[in-house]
Ligand binder design. Structure first.
Ligand code: IVH
Length: 696
C-alpha cells in the first residue's frame, strides 16, 4: 500500500519521467519500475487510474527500451516481465507446498447452525469470531513469493499437483511481481486466491467474439480458467484477468509477525503490501445468527459486484483456533462455503428459430418451455451457430440444462440425453434466408451462415437498431420496436432516414402522443452531437467494436479521412490486424456507404474528431507549460486544467521540450535550470493569465 506521500511522490515522478530522463541509468530504470507498479496498483487494485493510457504506454515503452539496451538490468520483478517472451509448449506439473483443499458447502441457516456447533466442539470454546467474505467464482491459483519476488504461480489441479503457469500469472496486472514481505521478516509465502474476469470485461470479450462470428464463452468462470491455460501469454494479457487473494496457506518467517494471528489482519496486511484482497467486502461477526442474517442480505445484492460470486465463505478468524480445529482430507474444519441458490434449471427444447442479424449472420435461437432462473423467466436462448448445436448434440424435444450466471445471458449447458424417449428430432438448418429467401453462404473460415443480400430487410432493420443503440448514437426512446414499426410502415428505410422521419405521418399512427414525439425528436437531434467514435461504431462495420471505433476516430480529423487510409496505414494503428483492415477498407470504398456518410453530414451529424480538432484552436495550442513555486492567483491543478482546456500540455520537468515556465513565489531549482537552458520563456502569473486570454 502506498501512503498519501508516496502517491504524491510517485505521481510527480511519473510526470517527470514523461518529460525528461535522469542522467543515471540505473536510477531511471528503478524509478520507471516504481512508477509503473504504482500505476498498475491504482488501475487494477484501486480502479482509479492516475495516468492517461498514452502516458502509461510511454513510460512502459521507455522501460522496455532501456532494459533492451541494458539486459543486465532486467530483473524478474520488472513490470516488463509480465509481457510474454515466447510460447510455452505445455505447462509443467508442480506439487503444492500444502495441499489445496476444497470447502464444505452449506445451503441454508440450519446447515450453518450445524457447522457452528461443530466449530465450537473442535475449538473447545463458545466464543468464536467469524470472518465472512465472498466466494469468488473463478479459477483457483497458488502464488509463491520468495524473498519478496513472485517465483511461481500454479493452478489448483487435483489439489496436490497443479500446472505451473507463472508466465500467465504475470499477465495479471493486479498481482504484484514483488512485495515488501521482508519488512515483516517473512521469507517464503504461499498465497491462494481466485482468478476472475470482471463481468463487463467478459461481456466485451464475448461481443468481440460475436462480431467475429465465434461462439461466446459460456461464463466468466470458464473464461478465467480457460484463459489461464492459454499457451500464448500475449493472448492471456489481452483478456484482462483479475485476481482476488483470500488465503495465506504457508509461510516461513523469523518469529510470528503481528499481522499473522487472524485471517482478517492477514488479508489487511496483504492489502497494505499491494495485493488485491477482499478488505472492503470482508465482515467480522461474533455469533452465527449475525452471519446467517448477513448471508441472506448479501445474496440479495450478489449481482452488484463487478465479478461473479456463487456464495460466501465463512472462516474462523483466529489462526490459533484454525490450527486447533484442523482439517479433513477434503476441507478445512474452520471454513465453510454458504452457497447461493443455483441459477440452473431444466426445461424442454420446443423448437429452433433462425434470426438474421445486421451482418446477415443467421443465428439459431432455442425456444424452450418458459422456466424461472434466478428471478428471470427464460424462454429464448441463443445457440450461436451450427457448430454449437452439433457439439452439444441438441435435438428438438430434448430436456436441457439451462444456466444463467448473474448478468450473463442464459445458455444451454447440455441436453440430458439419458431422458430421451426416441421422439426427439434433428435440428435442420435453413439453406435460404428466412426473411428474404436469398441462398445462404458460409465462408470457409467462419462458423456462421450468412445472408449476403445487404438489402435484406432483416439486416437493414438491425443496422438501424444498432446505430440508434445505447453504446452507439444513444437515441433514447427509439428502441427496437419503434424502428421495426417505422420500417414496416415505410417511414424509415435506412440509417440516415432517422434524421428525416416524417413526423406528421408518425403522429397519425396510434400510440404516439405529441410528448413522446417531441422526446424522440429531441433524442434524435441530440445524437447529431455524438463524438465520431460513436458514429463509426454505429455504422456497424464488421470487426469494428467500440474500442476499435475509438482507435479509428482518434486517428483522423474527419470520417472522410478514412477513405484515403491504405492497408499499411490501418495496420499501423493499435490492435488493427489484417481482418479489421480489410473490412474497414471495404466499407469506406463501397459507394453506398459513402453516400450514407454524405446523407448523415447533410443531416447535421457530427463527423469530425472534435477532441483532436478543438485544442488546435485553443490559445495555448501545442504549447508546453510547467508551474513552479507557490502560486497566489490560482490553485496549481486549476491552472494546469486551464492550460489543457486551451490546447496546451503540462510537462513534469524542465527540458528543451518546455516552452513556458510559470513561476510563483519561492521558485527554486526549476527556475535556475530554465534560465540555464535559455530556451524556456519564464512567465509571472499575470503574464500567464494574459497569454491564456484571461485578462481584460
Ligand atoms: S478459502 C483452505 N475463500 O472455492 C481453504 N476459497 O469451492 C481455501 N473460493 O477451492 C479456500 N472464494 O477455489 C476460500 N473467499 C474464498 C473463496 C474460495 C472462492 C474457492 C476456492 C475453493 C473453492 C471451494
Amino acid at each position: 500500500m502506498y501512503t498519501a506521500q508516496d502517491e504524491q511522490r510517485l505521481y510527480q515522478q511519473a510526470k517527470t519521467l514523461l518529460s525528461a530522463d535522469s542522467s543515471n541509468l540505473e536510477e531511471t530504470i528503478q524509478q520507471l519500475r516504481e512508477v509503473i507498479n504504482y500505476a498498475d496498483w491504482k488501475y487494477y487494485v484501486q480502479s482509479e487510474p492516475v495516468l492517461a493510457d498514452f502516458e502509461y504506454d510511454t513510460l512502459f515503452k521507455k522501460l522496455t527500451h532501456l532494459e533492451g539496451q541494458y539486459p543486465e538490468h532486467v530483473s524478474a520483478d520488472s513490470p516488463t516481465q509480465r509481457v510474454a517472451k515466447g510460447l510455452s509448449e505445455r505447462f509443467p506439473t508442480v506439487s503444492h507446498l500444502v495441499p489445496m483443499l476444497s470447502l464444505d458447502n452449506t445451503y441454508n441457516a440450519d446447515d450453518l447452525l450445524d457447522w457452528d456447533r461443530k466449530c465450537k466442539e473442535f475449538a473447545g470454546t463458545e466464543n468464536i469470531e467469524y470472518c465472512v467474505e465472498p466466494k469468488y467464482d473463478g479459477a483457483s491459483i497458488s502464488l509463491i513469493y520468495e524473498n519478496g519476488t513472485l517465483v511461481r504461480g500454479a493452478t489448483r489441479g487435483d489439489g496436490v499437483m497443479g500446472e505451473e503457469i507463472t508466465t500467465n500469472i504475470r499477465q495479471i496486472r493486479s498481482i504484484p511481481l514483488s512485495a515488501a514481505f521482508a519488512k515483516s521478516n517473512v521469507n517464503q509465502i504461499e498465497i491462494r486466491g481466485e482468478v476472475v474476469i470482471h463481468k463487463d470485461v467478459f461481456a466485451e470479450y464475448n461481443a468481440q467474439r460475436a462480431a467475429e462470428g465465434l461462439a461466446p464463452l459460456a461464463n466468466p468462470r470458464n473464461a478465467a480458467s480457460g484463459t489461464l491455460r492459454i499457451l500464448d501469454p500475449k493472448e492471456v494479457s489481452k483478456r484482462k484477468l483479475s485476481a482476488i487473494l483470500y488465503h495465506i496457506s504457508y509461510y516461513t518467517s523469523d518469529g510470528t509477525p503481528d499481522m499473522l494471528h487472524t485471517h482478517y489482519d492477514s488479508l489487511n496486511w496483504l492489502y497494505q503490501l499491494g495485493f488485491p484482497t477482499p478488505v472492503k467486502e470482508m465482515k467480522r461477526f461474533n455469533n452465527i445468527n449475525d452471519v446467517i442474517n448477513y448471508c441472506a442480505e448479501f445474496e440479495q445484492h450478489r449481482d452488484d459486484l463487478a465479478y461473479e460470486v456463487d456464495g460466501l465463505v465463512i472462516k474462523v478468524n483466529s489462526f490459533d483456533m484454525q490450527d486447533k480445529m484442523g482439517m479433513t482430507s477434503h476441507h478445512p474444519r474452520w471454513a465453510v462455503a454458504y452457497k447461493f441458490k443455483a441459477r440452473q434449471a431444466t426445461s424442454k427444447l420446443l423448437r429452433v428459430e433462425f434470426q438474421v442479424g445486421r451482418t446477415g449472420s443467421v443465428t439459431p435461437v432455442a425456444k424452450i418451455e418458459p422456466v424461472p432462473i434466478g428471478g428471470v423467466t427464460v424462454s429464448s436462448i441463443s445457440l450461436f451457430n451450427e457448430d454449437v448445436v452439433r457439439e452439444k448434440d441438441l435435438h428438438i424435444g430434448d430436456t436441457v440444462l439451462v444456466e444463467r450466471a448473474g448478468d450473463v445471458i442464459p445458455y444451454i449447458v447440455k441436453p440430458l440425453s439419458e431422458l430421451r424417449n426416441g421422439t426427439e428430432e434433428d435440428i435442420v438448418f435453413p439453406t435460404h434466408c428466412p426473411i428474404c429467401n436469398e441462398a445462404l453462404e458460409k465462408p470457409e473460415e467462419e462458423a456462421v451462415w450468412r445472408c449476403i443480400n445487404i438489402s435484406c430487410p432483416a439486416q437493414v432493420v438491425e443496422r438501424i437498431i444498432h446505430f440508434a443503440s445505447k453504446d452507439a448514437m444513444d437515441i433514447r426512446n427509439m428502441g427496437d420496436a419503434n424502428v421495426r414499426k417505422f420500417y414496416e410502415l415505410g417511414l424509415l428505410k435506412n440509417i440516415p432516414g432517422i434524421y428525416t422521419i416524417n413526423w406528421e405521418e408518425v403522429a397519425k399512427l396510434g400510440g404516439f402522443g405529441s410528448k413522446s414525439i417531441t422526446n424522440l425528436q429531441t433524442a434524435i437531434d441530440n445524437s447529431k452531437q455524438q463524438p465520431l467514435n460513436r458514429v463509426i461504431y454505429g455504422l456497424g462495420i464488421r470487426h469494428v467494436g467500440e474500442t476499435m471505433a475509438k482507435t479509428l476516430a482518434n486517428a483522423v480529423d474527419h470520417i472522410r479521412d478514412l477513405y484515403d487510409y491504405t492497408e499499411e496505414m490501418l495496420l499501423a494503428l493499435e490492435d488493427v490486424g489484417p481482418k479489421v483492415a480489410a473490412t474497414v477498407m471495404h466499407f469506406f470504398h463501397t459507394p453506398e456507404n459513402r453516400h450514407m456518410i454524405d446523407l448523415l453530414e447533410q443531416a447535421g451529424v457530427n463527423l469530425t474528431n472534435q477532441k483532436k480538432a478543438a485544442p488546435a484552436s485553443g490559445e495555448l495550442a501545442g504549447k508546453t507549460f510547467l508551474f513552479t513555486g507557490t502560486l497566489s492567483r490560482f490553485k496549481r491543478s486549476d491552472a494546469e486544467a486551464l492550460v489543457e482546456e486551451k490546447g496546451g500540455s503540462i510537462l513534469g520537468g524542465v527540458s528543451s521540450k518546455l516552452n513556458y515556465l510559470v513561476v510563483g513565489e519561492d521558485a527554486g531549482s526549476k527556475l535556475e535550470k530554465a534560465k540555464k537552458l535559455g530556451t524556456v520563456a519564464i512567465l509571472t502569473e499575470e503574464e500567464f493569465m494574459s497569454l491564456a486570454g484571461l485578462n481584460g
